[in-house]
Design a protein around this ligand. Structure first.
Ligand code: PLP
Length: 353
């Protein structure tokens, strides 16, 4: 099959999807951030663009809206009446799923994995947790945050109990071995990017995305390759180190290729993961995280969160400083949302106040 955005759209047409997001999201230039970096470096930098997926609607938006449109589509096609989902305490995925479930009249169970140690009451009760409650989600607590297998096992036992009670649960896991339906959302985003360009092409020389569960990274990379774009897609690690994230992205890419029946489209060498801005672990801030929050706010009135989007923006800034985009005209940063977590991290963002 041809590699064009139309051919990609044809692959997506007809797949179950619940349309709740506000699309297309805007595409904007970050002129003041680019000028700041250019002045600092004493040389021109490419135009820096931002895809405002933080404005995708549904309970403050973010990348999870695109992903969940397809997961809830699959859940509805399977006749499910209950969403069962796991994530970090401050998971945007769970909050967005709880919102979808509320809107669609489904019951929602969320498993809060305690992945970040030493956090206080604001972390455990505010931000996304507050919204989960507001959307009527039933909460389950899981203390062993970084044990991904045990979290999935526990989630399975919650679903089994619900089944015994006569419910029709649908598991929203993000584990690397499940059918990567969530990645379809970012393939749809690729089609949208082509549609937004005046010339109907992809005017960006490079793309920067966060890489966590990898649904955004895999969907963007595979979608772009299926649409015929060959430029680099930089995945900025937000949870795992670059080596294990590269393995994860590659294996989910293979599953996604299988799911679409498109054959092996993405060569291994196209999977780029950088962990330079991850810090010591998931959800822990470092200097570059603070700097990204500060520059985004002061120069662009953009809100980035400490767990995901400040780290991916720190990646964009760091790669620009390191000359990774030298000679390029336009670079795209995909802003994936995360706003509610800011309130749960207030004292980590401003520790002296
Ligand atoms: C705001 C935000 N950005 C980025 C990510 C990472 O995206 P992905 O899980 O698709 O790799 C997440 C994941 O939870 C998120 O909530």
């Amino acid at each position: 099959m041809m590699r064009t955005p139309d051919a990609l759209q044809l692959r997506l047409d007809g797949l179950p999807r619940v349309r709740l997001g506000h699309f297309p999201t805007p595409l904007e230039k970050m002129e003041r951030l680019a000028s700041h970096l250019s002045e600092e470096l004493g040389k021109p930098v490419p135009s820096l663009w931002v895809k405002r997926d933080d404005c995708s609607g549904v309970a403050t938006g973010g990348n999870k809206v695109r992903q969940l449109e397809y997961s809830f589509g699959a859940a509805q096609a399977a006749g499910a009446d209950t969403a069962v989902i796991t994530g970090a305490v401050q998971s945007n995925y769970m909050r967005t799923a709880a919102a979808f479930a509320a809107k669609l009249g489904m019951e929602c169970h969320v498993q809060l994995e305690n992945r970040v140690e030493g956090m206080g009451e604001e972390y455990h009760k505010s931000g996304n947790v507050l919204l989960d409650r507001m959307f009527g989600a039933r909460m389950h607590h899981f203390p062993l945050g970084e044990d991904e297998k045990a979290a999935d096992t526990n989630l399975n036992s919650i679903a089994a109990r619900l089944k015994r009670e006569g419910k029709k649960p649908y598991l929203f896991t993000l584990s690397a071995d499940t059918k990567p339906v969530t990645s379809l959302g970012y393939m749809q985003c690729v089609v949208e990017l082509f549609e937004q360009s005046i010339a109907g092409d992809m005017p960006f020389d490079a793309v920067v995305v966060p890489s966590g569960s990898a649904a955004t990274h895999v969907g963007t990379l595979l979608g772009l390759r299926l649409a015929g774009y060959t430029g680099p897609v930089h995945g900025i690690c937000v949870r795992r180190d670059a080596k294990s994230q590269t393995e994860r992205v590659l294996s989910i890419t293979r599953l996604a290729e299988d799911m679409l029946g498109c054959g092996e489209i993405v060569p291994e060498s196209d999977v780029i993961c950088r962990d330079d801005w991850l810090g010591p672990s998931y959800g822990k801030m470092v200097e570059s995280t603070h700097e990204a929050i500060d520059l985004a706010g002061r120069l662009e009135a953009l809100i980035v969160d400490p767990v995901y989007t400040a780290k991916s923006l720190a990646g964009l800034i760091g790669l620009t400083r390191a000359g990774a985009f030298e000679g390029m005209g336009n670079v795209l940063y995909i802003h994936t949302g995360g706003l509610p977590a800011l309130f749960a991290y207030r004292s980590a963002i401003y520790p002296d106040d």
